[in-house]
Design a protein around this ligand. Structure first.
Ligand SMILES: Cc1cc2nc3c(=O)[nH]c(=O)nc-3n(C[C@H](O)[C@H](O)[C@H](O)COP(=O)(O)OP(=O)(O)OC[C@H]3O[C@@H](n4cnc5c(N)ncnc54)[C@H](O)[C@@H]3O)c2cc1C
Length: 589
């Protein structure tokens, strides 16, 4: 019988985990709180954006779901950072939210090897140091060979609007309190984080006259390659967004009501995302700024709901209505639903290895917001890694590990398991030291080898990726010679031009990667190495290393607070060990 992978949750991480485990060849059972919220997008109506677009392309390169789903449901698309170099240009699609959820739900429920169960998991079941499944709140137990936890903002979730506190994972859904307690009892360090969402507005009550219009690009960008044999989903009608601004009146109103914000009254203790602050936070932290952007983004074709991107808030509903009315174009806007903040538990991801597996409990994997990230794309990227590895470990096959030089997914996972996150982690291009080589245009060729080895893509797809890379190479050669074929495909031109622009940098980076990670640069470290007993390390550095238990010397070097001297000591030990292992002896201390 093929092994069974149990995925807890059907958000963006859960979907990718389930599809990836099934692609590797496992049977999959997904258990999720509510069947009607599969693939929900509870916050912004968009997929992609700066660095997040790179993650979506990489998920697609690993055979994942998100890129194609976003293409099928897109109602507005742009490439961001057009004025900057191609390496940091990112695709951002706005999706019809209802269609996206319906599309995800239909795909999951129709998948051959995936069963979907409605219910809330209360605890993880263990036999010794290994998980054997999970128990639901109603007492049912589901046996599994591996378990992937993707519970998003639901662990101990509390929703806040003004001084109103409601237990919940997101609006209308119960929190997962039992499971949160279970993880604490199993020894996982939990941290309290928070994130928030703005009110939703009735588009019919917005006065768009005088606001700057931002149309979709023509043609809008897509995440998938146009030469995929599965035809691109037909393009939906495209809608425009509009730009407006807050002003000193808005800011004065917020400042006057700060004590009614649960973030400032002390009611919320969790840390919010520094790079995606609420409007209260912006007014306090950037007091010198007299205006902030607000993008008005339609949430779908069959709804009048508009998402005012930029004014996430947990102020009381009456203050939200008044603050919205201070903004040009929104003077008479009706709130369909007030904004709110959600406070929840996340695990310290330093308890995981690069497969996103627990270091202490075998066959237990984690992905998504529960690991301390925010964002649909970050969740999806982790979902592929955790889901594929859960299946690969159940088959006793080699793991899927993306390195920092191979992809943003590698950067994301390495940052999480090495540094943890004490605020919701969001991807940026600046986090990737090899960002010149990690472009959207080459995500397919960067990852196809790993994807194929893991069983995530088949032979035909690998061949297509190689053929496409060869075509882009030919095109680059022609462009260098000053000829440009009239019928050249736009996506290949973009790729060939980027390759030409960066060829000098790329060569230097390749040298650097070899220097840092070549045969002698990066050395493996055993997971049970006792750093406190390693001669030459300060107690502080030893403690930091012991907390993370890095798997390689390069990971050890990236742990915050590990000094160059400590890294040199660990490296020297690893080098000695590598030599002794070759000589047949393990000189562990
Ligand atoms: C109010 C709010 C505001 C947000 N604001 C932002 C933002 O500004 N920017 C941003 O980038 N991201 C934001 N997000 C986060 C974004 O929604 C998530 O990052 C993303 O959806 C996480 O995906 P996930 O798969 O990890 O979890 P989710 O999409 O939350 O999915 C979790 C899934 O787990 C299921 N589940 C939970 N517990 C159990 C259990 N015990 N048993 C069975 N099933 C369970 C749920 O039913 C759900 O299907 C916000 C989210 C919320 C709720």
């Amino acid at each position: 019988m093929r092994p069974l992978v149990l995925v807890i949750g059907a958000g963006h991480a859960g979907l990718e985990a389930a599809f990836a485990a099934a692609r590797v060849g496992a049977r999959v059972c997904v258990v999720t709180g509510r069947l009607d919220t599969i693939g929900q997008t509870p916050c912004n109506p968009s997929v992609g954006g700066v660095a997040k677009g790179h993650l979506v392309k990489e998920v697609d390169a690993l055979g994942g779901f998100m890129g194609r789903a976003a293409d099928a449901c897109s109602i507005h698309g742009r490439v961001l950072n057009r004025s900057k170099g191609p390496a940091v240009q990112s695709t951002r699609l706005q999706v019809d939210k209802a269609r996206y959820g319906a599309h995800a739900s239909a795909a999951l429920l129709a998948a051959e090897d995936i069963a979907v169960v409605e219910g809330l998991v209360r605890r993880i079941v263990l036999a010794g140091d290994r998980t054997t499944g999970a128990q639901l709140e109603d007492g049912r137990t589901i046996d599994a060979d591996a378990v992937v936890v993707t519970t998003g903002t639901f662990l101990g979730g509390i929703l806040h609007t003004g001084d109103a506190r409601t237990p919940g994972g997101r609006v209308g859904e119960a929190p997962a309190t039992g499971l949160s307690r279970c993880f604490a009892e199993l020894g996982f360090a939990l941290r309290r984080l928070k994130t928030g969402t703005p009110p939703r507005l009735d588009g019919r009550t917005i006065d768009y006259d005088g606001l700057e219009e931002q149309p979709s690009e023509d043609p809008p960008p897509r995440f998938c390659w146009v030469d995929d044999p599965e035809p691109l989903p037909p393009l939906l009608p495209q809608v425009a967004c509009h730009l407006t601004w807050t002003n000193p009146t808005t800011h004065a109103l917020i400042a006057d009501n700060l004590e009614r914000s649960p973030m400032y009254s002390g009611q919320i203790t969790g840390r919010g995302p520094r790079y995606c602050p609420s409007i209260e936070d912006k007014v306090v932290r950037f007091a010198h700024r007299d205006r902030h952007q607000v993008f008005l983004e339609p949430e779908g074709l069959a709804t009048h709901s508009v998402y005012p991107n930029g004014i996430s808030t947990s102020l009381p509903a009456d203050v939200q209505a008044r603050l919205v009315a201070t903004i040009p174009g929104l003077e008479r806007a009706t709130l369909l639903r007030p904004g709110y903040a959600v406070e929840y538990d996340a695990i310290d991801a330093r308890a995981l290895d690069h497969r996103l597996a627990s270091k202490d409990i075998r066959a237990l994997f984690f992905a998504g917001q529960v690991n301390g990230t925010s964002g649909y794309e970050e969740a999806a990227a982790q979902g592929v890694v955790a889901g594929a590895n859960a299946a690969l470990s159940a088959f006793d096959r080699a793991p899927l590990v993306v390195s920092r030089s191979q992809g943003y997914i590698g950067v994301l996972v390495d940052d999480l398991v090495t540094q943890g996150s004490d605020e919701p982690y969001r991807m940026f291009t600046a986090r990737a030291e090899y960002r010149i080589t990690l472009r959207e245009d080459n995500a397919d060729i960067r990852l196809v080898g790993l994807a194929h080895a893991a069983g995530l893509v088949d032979d035909a797809r690998r061949e297509r990726v190689h053929a496409r890379a060869a075509q882009a190479q030919d095109l680059a050669d022609q462009l260098r010679r000053g000829t440009r074929p009239a019928d050249a495909r736009a996506d290949l031109v973009r790729r060939a031009e980027a390759a030409i622009l960066y060829e000098g940098y790329e060569a230097r980076m390749r040298d650097e990667i070899v220097r840092m990670h070549g045969d002698t640069g990066d050395l493996p470290l055993p997971p049970d190495l006792d750093y406190l007993a390693l001669a030459g390390l300060s107690r502080e550095c030893a403690g930091r290393l012991q907390a993370v238990r890095p798997t390689s010397t390069s990971q050890a070097a990236r742990i915050p607070g590990v000094t160059p001297a400590a890294h040199a000591t660990v490296w020297a030990w690893a080098r000695l060990r590598a030599r002794s292992l070759v000589a047949g002896e393990d000189r562990r201390e």
